[in-house]
Design a protein around this ligand. Structure first.
Ligand code: AMP
Length: 316
């Protein structure tokens, strides 16, 4: 495995791969890697000749009062985990290397960013779109792997790829969870013991919602309200948002309509703070007439094929 820190070194490595006609799978991250990141690397390794991992805590996607300065870092552990999981090249640029000057250009994706983290973290997805497009230009991946943990990010990146004709297939990957259900996150290390114990309420309430959604006359509004009530039982939890939206458009479903009459993929997404730690989680729910059922995380796979302008699809 090769570690590169400059754009010039990365471009050299990529052109060497291209000369050998090797396909490239790309996994962009902010480091402090865990099993969720490892699962993306393994999937990339199984579908491509070479895997490129980037580790970059991107200042553009953090708001002024967010955790940029204290974001956890451990390069030694990250590179060991990367190597164990099939990575060929790790790109670890400095902020100066990525942004030698303040960028005057940004990639702004509208509409899919109107709600959820797009609403509660203004500018966040402009930072994500900008850095991911810079990385796509450098790495020129055939496929890029993103976790459904950040489902809105998946929708934003797919929209950007469609709109700007990036020649890359976006591969959404299932959420990896702790045995008790908590979604793995680099930010989980901030939780104290009490908060960690209470945080299980997030995945539990999403699970319960998958049952509640089958109740007659259950609407998106009622379901979100019920999940909020459930989360409020955890004394340290402060809800940022709980919303049920269509996926991947991330628009509201028709108001006051029984979920059992809808026939479209939905996402129940939430952001909840425990102390200063903000956690997100979500679950894809498929409302299908009276037979509404939950789509398990491990049923979520990338749509096969089409690298150009492909639609984000959930296969089962
Ligand atoms: P981050 O380093 O948090 O920016 O995440 C880098 C990539 O890993 C993103 O595509 C995330 O969605 C993905 N990821 C983070 N946590 C998980 C998880 N628990 N399961 C699957 N993918 C994840």
């Amino acid at each position: 495995m090769i570690i590169v820190r400059t754009k010039a070194e990365l471009i050299n490595q990529i052109s060497a791969l291209r000369k050998q006609n090797k396909s490239i799978g790309f996994v962009p991250t902010m480091g402090f890697l865990h099993e969720g990141h490892a699962s993306l690397l393994r999937q990339a390794a199984s579908e491509n000749d070479a895997v490129v991992l980037s580790i970059f805590v991107n200042p553009l996607q953090f708001g002024p009062n967010e955790d940029l300065d204290r974001y956890p870092r451990d390069e030694e552990r990250d590179t060991a985990l990367a190597e164990e999981n099939g990575t060929g090249i790790v790109f670890i640029p400095s902020v100066q290397e990525m942004y030698p000057d303040k960028p005057l250009t940004s990639v702004i994706v509208n509409q899919v960013t109107d709600r959820l983290c797009g609403a509660s973290r203004p500018g966040h997805f402009d930072g994500v779109g900008t850095v991911v497009s810079k990385l796509f230009h450098l790495v020129t991946p055939d496929r890029a792997y993103f976790g459904m943990k950040d489902a809105q990010q998946v929708a934003v990146i797919q929209q950007m790829v469609n709109d700007l004709n990036f020649s890359v297939q976006i591969v959404p990957c299932p959420i990896v969870r702790e045995p008790d259900g908590l979604a793995l996150s680099s930010r989980n290390v901030y939780l104290n013991a009490e908060q960690r114990e209470q945080a299980v309420i997030l995945s539990q309430s999403l699970q319960q919602a998958s049952v509640w959604m089958n109740e007659q006359d259950m609407t998106a509004e009622k379901l979100a309200a019920r999940v909020k009530e459930e989360i409020a039982k955890a004394s340290e939890a402060v809800v940022d948002y709980v919303e049920l939206l269509q996926f991947p458009s991330l628009q509201l479903p028709e108001a006051n309509v029984s979920l059992t009459t809808l026939n479209q993929p939905l996402i129940l997404a939430l952001a909840v703070k425990f102390g200063t730690t903000r956690l997100i989680d979500n679950r894809i729910l498929e409302a299908k007439g009276a037979n509404a059922h939950v789509q398990n995380d491990d049923e979520i796979q990338a749509a096969p094929g089409n690298r150009n302008g492909s639609e984000l699809e959930l296969c089962r």
